[in-house]
Design a protein around this ligand. Sequence first.
Ligand code: G1P
Length: 295
Amino acid sequence: MMKSSGDKMRVRKAVIPAAGLGTRFLPATKAIPKEMIPIVDIPMIQHIVEEAVRSGIRDIVLVTARHKEAIENHFDYNYEIEDTLEKKGKQELADLSKAVGKLCNLISIRQKNPMGLGHAVLCAQPIIGNEPFAVLLGDDLIDSEIPCTQQLIDLYHEHQASVVGVMEVPMEEVSKYGIVGGKMLSERLMHVSHLVEKPAVGQSPSQFAIPGRYVLSPTIFDCLKNTKSGKGGEIQLTDGLQLLAERERLLAYQFMGTRYDTGDRLGFIDATLAFALKRPELAPGVRELMKKHLK
Ligand code: G1P
């Protein structure tokens, strides 16, 4: 059946770049992908995939690299584990393992050279084609009632314009992020006219930072093809977005939710404690442990 153009403009796919070496988490990442490091007992990438799935997305494009096969295996069935558990009558555990296999369609494509985040997103073009899509970066966990990606998708559908999620950060932290500048349209929504990747303090267009959530029109691919290498000699997604903002409307939305920077050691511990305290079976024990360590 032919798809109507209305269908075509709906966001159905998400790209998760996962080709990085994860050197910030060495030695943990020497033999396992950093995306597989768990927050409590759920690998970081599963938290990210679950956000996409809760936002109505089933097709996840993983931009991957050598030595990342563990991620693909994680989102598949594991007959050995599941069959053994079932035979032992441990159905609940078997179902827990199977549920991850059922979560999504994982489609992977390799980023053969580490040429930056913008280049990683461009690698997904053969799978995304001419459709809008979400991008979720694996180092940022966002805890919110309505998933952050869902918030951005709703705005994309309403305005038919690309949207990046933003949060306000202290001035001394602007150089850790892509920063947007533009005109506020309402309390949380901005029409973006310019973006800077990791500006120096004092040269930032605002304090609105992009913590790794985007919903983009396919025009971004053409923009990324024309993006010259920027910060760190890499093709930056933020620079591609600058070209997009010059060609099409680009919005920034101050999303609702709490964000954890799990790419940073303290942020990782913060997320671990927060997610453990949300689990009724773990919370009392974790509180006791915290009291013990603070003595
Ligand atoms: C990347 C992006 C940056 C964004 C950040 C969010 O940087 O380049 O624009 O704000 O992710 O985590 P990285 O942290 O990979 O250096």
